[in-house]
Ligand binder design. Structure first.
Ligand SMILES: [Zn+2]
Length: 352
């Protein structure tokens, strides 16, 4: 899922996204609530209308900002008191408030409000944080089911988030607690299962190991979503563990920094060797940028900070990510995923 924090995947418009095959995008509850504000999005009867994107939207709950805003927030049982990073205004987000905002946005996939546990943290801190997130998940679940207010938007599907840091036992506890909410609640409101608290500064080997250990315990009857990951090989490893869904700013952010993903490895567009290179970014790629433009021209656009360069490079990187997951899916269907995975171990190396 391409990330469009403020309701735009940076430098692209919806037709670009449709053309590269994006079926769903991610928006950010916390940021959209600040800018343009709920008042404005509600005026348009939801985010889909406001941004003219009629395909699915997933919104994160603001939980990640509990983590990323560090000193700008204070956590209590009731919720989180934030300071706006824009003007310093106080804002309070509770589990109920987060779900209500997501209802007003009209999200198709709504995430529970949680505390994304930082890394490193002591075992006790991780346990406390996970348990708070599970109590909040229950409140989200109840509120999602009982909120009858009609905002003129459709009601999306709620995904809970497994926490527990890098500790297998805490992660397993978290899964059990989420299942208990569901069995006791009897509403059948959890439509997927997400894994949060990864890619927050831990060594990658540790993430790989924890993910490999926990995935066999994550229920398989719903889509399994790993939040905020990652590089192409992180995605392939996670797929090998059974993950179905991903979001990450990396393909779009790297595109704007001139780091392009290809089947041969990473192409650093700012390298002087591309000044006169008439080849496309990737000869096997069918994206708009590769069909019509040379590395030399894209190198030039980057050098003069031309926004067309950002757009073309973002189109290419997102196209590559869609292609990567499409090829992975095909390999699974044809029963040679491990071979496909092994074959592509060079994807993070610089292009030869
Ligand atoms: Zn391309």
């Amino acid at each position: 899922m391409p990330v469009g924090t403020y309701g735009a995947v940076k430098s692209l418009e919806v037709n670009d996204l449709k053309q590269i095959g994006s079926q769903i995008i991610l928006g950010n509850t916390f940021h959209l609530n600040l800018r343009p504000s709920l008042d404005i999005i509600s005026h348009f009867k939801g985010l889909h209308n406001f941004i003219n994107w009629q395909a699915p939207i997933l919104t994160d709950s603001g939980g990640f900002q509990v983590f990323s805003l560090g000193k700008l927030r204070k956590i209590t049982e009731e919720g989180v008191q934030f300071r706006s990073p824009i003007n310093g205004d106080k804002l309070f987000i509770s589990p109920e408030k987060s779900i209500d905002i997501q209802h007003q946005l009209g999200s198709d996939i709504i995430m529970v409000f949680d505390e994304c546990t930082p890394y490193p943290a002591t075992y006790h801190e991780v346990e406390k944080s996970m348990q708070l997130s599970m109590r909040w998940a229950k409140r989200c679940y109840d509120f999602h089911h009982t909120n009858t207010q009609d905002h003129g938007t459709k009601r999306g599907a709620l995904f809970p988030i497994i926490q527990g840091g890098m500790h297998l036992d805490l992660r397993k506890n978290s899964i059990e607690m989420l299942q208990e909410i569901e069995y006791k609640g009897q509403y059948n409101e959890f439509k997927g299962m997400a894994l949060g608290g990864f890619s927050v500064g831990e060594p990658m080997e540790l993430m790989y190991k924890t993910l490999s250990e926990i995935m066999p315990f994550v229920p398989t009857d719903k889509p399994r979503y790993l939040m905020g990951v990652g590089r192409p090989l992180d995605i392939l490893h996670s797929i090998s563990c059974g993950v179905d869904m991903f979001d990450c700013v990396l393909p779009s952010r790297n595109a704007r920094n001139g780091n392009l993903f290809t089947w041969q490895g990473i192409l650093k567009l700012r390298n002087a060797r591309y000044k006169k290179d008439d080849k496309p970014i990737d000869e096997n790629c069918t994206c708009l940028a590769c069909q019509h433009y040379s590395r030399a021209y894209l190198h030039h656009l980057d050098k003069i900070n031309e926004s067309l360069g950002d757009r073309l490079c973002t189109i290419h990187n997102l196209h590559f990510y869609h292609e990567l997951t499409a090829q992975a899916r095909l390999a699974i269907e044809e029963n040679h995923f491990n071979q496909f995975h092994q074959h592509n171990q060079h994807l993070h190396n610089p292009i030869a």
